[in-house]
Structures are given as structure tokens and as C-alpha cells.
Design a protein around this ligand. Structure first.
Ligand SMILES: O=C(O)CCC(=O)C(=O)O
Length: 342
């Protein structure tokens, strides 16, 4: 009963937000401050990370079970392939050659030549658009995020000399998915978001230690998967290194045997610290020890891969070449249109 009431409340809040105008910069500034004051501190103090790590490092030979979900490889997007992905029956949807390879190569060259911006603690640089994390970092960054969104999408479209592969994805999902797909304005400021971020990885952007080889295992949403609701990430690969740069997905089963249930909570806890510069090396080593064997995808230029961001995943390192992708999140929430943002 409580859940239904919350859902109704949430739905009416959203309907009201959908009906209202986007906020001006002044309103955004005031709202940003209000949210900052209202926000509870999310993480447990870092000292307890060290304690949990020490306890876990003493334990050997325990590993979470896999749900056995496989990658669906399709010639084109279909409603049933999407349903399987959203219901977590598959762990990723791979459409080889989704984008025209020559156009992707041209676009990759253009994006790789642009000035790159980075965020501390990640192995990726951004050359068109600002990541959504900006909305939570500072009010000026939040305003810059929205100001850059449309120009970045138009610049990518211009460089693609027509529709970019990410535009194609949005169009096809709108055509195929019963409730359609739209550029999100699910943010406290009711403004249209960026849909399509250019991510560039090079050997020199990679971090040290185990992540240089194995990547940073992380999630972008809760690892407790739900078939009605999930945050998916779509990547279109524009350029890939000749060796390395694979995408690893760790298909953790939602139902674990009794003796492993507390371990799921420990893994969820560690995942909050995936990017933490102080604990990253030990956390990543523990995640490798505790997670089931990954499913490995080797994307080629032009491919599309969509995955549930609640499934732990990592991009493996490489020693030569450049890896350029166009990325967008697609939020799946029951019968709502899929909400695109980056
Ligand atoms: O670049 C990729 O293959 C996946 C990147 C990633 O971590 C994501 O899209 O959530």
C-alpha cells in the first residue's frame, strides 16, 4: 500500500513538473541552493571503508553467483530485444554496424581533435557536452551543462553531416518502443538535458594500478535490478583500439544463496567507492575477487551496445590507439517514454 501511495505521489509530482516551464538561471540558482541545504550526507565515513576492506581481504574463495544472462546480438533493434534487456533477461544488447562506419570514423576524428575536459578520478575525457554529474557539482557547472547541451548536440550532428548515430538511436527507440523515447527534463530545473556525450579514452587518460588493465568496475544506478525500472547506458563506438578496450559486464544474480546474501550488500557498498582515489585500488581488487566472471564484449566502430548500468561494468585498458564513443543514458520507468540524457 505504501509503495502504491508513493508511486502516485511521484507520478503527480512528475506530471506537475512536466506541465511547468523550465527554470530561468535565477530560479535554477535558488533551487540549487535549496537542494544543497536539504541534501543529507550520502556516504558512510571513509574510515569504515578501510575496516570493511580489511575484513574482506582476510576472506578467501567466496564469490557471488552469476545470473547467466548473455549478450543479445541483433542485426537491428527490436521491441522484443529491448524487452529482454529491460527485464534483465539479457545483460546487454549489441547491434554491430548500427552506425555507418565511415561516418563514425569521420566523427571520431573530429571529436578526438577537440579540446578535452576531464573529471578527477575517471579514465575518460569529454570533447562535446558536459556529463550530467555537473548538475551536482556546482551551480555554475549546472548552468554550463544546460547552456552547452543543445549546441553540443547540434555540433555533433553538423560534424556527422546529418543525423548522428545517437540521433538514429533516439528516433528508432521512439518508433519501436510502445511509449516512445524523448530527451529528458527529469532534473530539478525542468530543463532539457544533453543526449549524447562524446567520451574519449587514450592510454594517457587511463588511471594506474589494476584499473589501467582491467578498467574501473562501477555501476551508475542501484545494483539491485528491477524489471519495471532501470537506468540503461547506450554507447555507440566511433573508434576503438586494435587491441584492448573491451567492455566487461559482471552479471550478478539477484537471487543469491543464503550464505552469500550479506556479500551482495558489501559489494553494493564497495561500488559507492569505485572512483575513490584513496581506496580505488583495494576496492577494485576486492570487486574482482567477489564478482562472478564477466561477460566480455569487443565493440567495433559503428556498433551500438546498451547495458543496464546497475550491472557492475568496466572498460578494459589499452596501450595504443583511441577509444571514442557517443554515450547516453536511457531511463526505463514502466510505461513512461524512455528518458534520454547524458
Ligand atoms: O564505453 C563503454 O563501453 C561503456 C562505458 C560505461 O561505463 C557506461 O556507458 O556506463
Amino acid at each position: 500500500m505504501a509503495k502504491a501511495a508513493t508511486t502516485l505521489e511521484e507520478e503527480s509530482r512528475r506530471a506537475l513538473a512536466d506541465a511547468l516551464d523550465p527554470m530561468s538561471d535565477e530560479e535554477l540558482r535558488a533551487e540549487f541552493e535549496r537542494q544543497k541545504d536539504a541534501k543529507p550526507s550520502a556516504k558512510t565515513p571513509a574510515k569504515s571503508v578501510t575496516d570493511v576492506l580489511a575484513q574482506l581481504e582476510a576472506v578467501r574463495d567466496v564469490r557471488l553467483e552469476s545470473d547467466g544472462a548473455r549478450v543479445a546480438t541483433c542485426g537491428e533493434l527490436t521491441p522484443s530485444a529491448l524487452q529482454d534487456l529491460f527485464a534483465n533477461r539479457t545483460c546487454a544488447l549489441h547491434v554491430p554496424g548500427f552506425g555507418n562506419v565511415d561516418m563514425c570514423t569521420e566523427l571520431a576524428r573530429w571529436l578526438a581533435d577537440r579540446p578535452a575536459h576531464t573529471w578527477g578520478g575517471t579514465d575518460t575525457a569529454y570533447t562535446a557536452g558536459i556529463p550530467v554529474n555537473a548538475l551536482y557539482s556546482s551551480v555554475d557547472e549546472a548552468i554550463a551543462y544546460f547552456k552547452e547541451a543543445l549546441p553540443a548536440m547540434r555540433a555533433i550532428r553538423g560534424a556527422a553531416n546529418g543525423l548522428s548515430p545517437l540521433d538514429k538511436l533516439r528516433l528508432e527507440l521512439d518508433e519501436l518502443w510502445p511509449s516512445g523515447a524523448t530527451v529528458s527534463r527529469d532534473n530539478p530545473y525542468r530543463r532539457k538535458m544533453l543526449a549524447g556525450l562524446a567520451r574519449v579514452m587514450r592510454p594517457e587518460t587511463l588511471l594506474d594500478g589494476i584499473t589501467r588493465v582491467e578498467g574501473i568496475i562501477h555501476t551508475d544506478s542501484s545494483m539491485f535490478l528491477d524489471s519495471e525500472h532501470g537506468l540503461f547506458s547506450a554507447n555507440i563506438y566511433l573508434d576503438v583500439p586494435t587491441s584492448g578496450g573491451e567492455l566487461n559486464i559482471f552479471p550478478v544474480a539477484m537471487q543469491q544463496p543464503e550464505h552469500l546474501q550479506s556479500l551482495v550488500r558489501v559489494v553494493a557498498y564497495f561500488l559507492q567507492y569505485s572512483f575513490d582515489p584513496v581506496h580505488r585500488e583495494r576496492i577494485q581488487r576486492q570487486l574482482h575477487a567477489l564478482l562472478p566472471a564477466p561477460v566480455t564484449l569487443t565493440p567495433r566502430a559503428g556498433d551500438l551496445i546498451v547495458l543496464n548500468t546497475g550491472r557492475p561494468h568496466a572498460v578494459r585498458g589499452f596501450t595504443a590507439g583511441t577509444r571514442v564513443t557517443l554515450q547516453a543514458f536511457a531511463l526505463h520507468e514502466g510505461t513512461r517514454p524512455l528518458q534520454f540524457y547524458s
